[in-house]
Design a protein. Sequence first.
Length: 187
Amino acid sequence: MAVIAPPKTSLPTWAVCEAGARLHVIPFTSCQIRVAVSDLAHLLSVMSLPEKRQALIDDLLPLPDAEERFVYLLGKAKKWPPLDPALKTDDRLLPGCVSRLWLVPEYRDGRCWFHMDAEALISKGIAAVVCGFYSGETPADILAHEPDFLAEAGLTQVLSANRSNALSNLRLKIRAYAEARLASPAG
């Protein structure tokens, strides 16, 4: 999310970015505003992984402390759509997580999509960042890009050992799914 100078008008403003997504200007603090993307899924699907990486770093780096990063994760969790209860099966549970986290990968049109849900909002927020990063990407691109930006942006440093373990397990599952799709004759 880009931080820009506040507008000189109190009227709602918006613009259209290159990807065609509508950007709304929303007050963030008295001296800053944040730009929210109304069609984030569309925007992320047209961004490359390096562009997604930079966008997430730009979101996280301005956050001054661990508390603000947790607020960011909570926001991601609340915005992520819940899984259909029928998909919350034991075979989709991520191992090694203190709270239950389900991962449902999907492959269509040569790209991987990752749906998930979790009982704990922080776990769901972490998973939302990772699943959002990799959703819409080819298996080869998923395998070529590690989520190292999370450490660079100061996110992994605020996670407990259990949450760091969950993050590692999530990445392993996403990686294994991408490897399986590459090895499959159908793609």
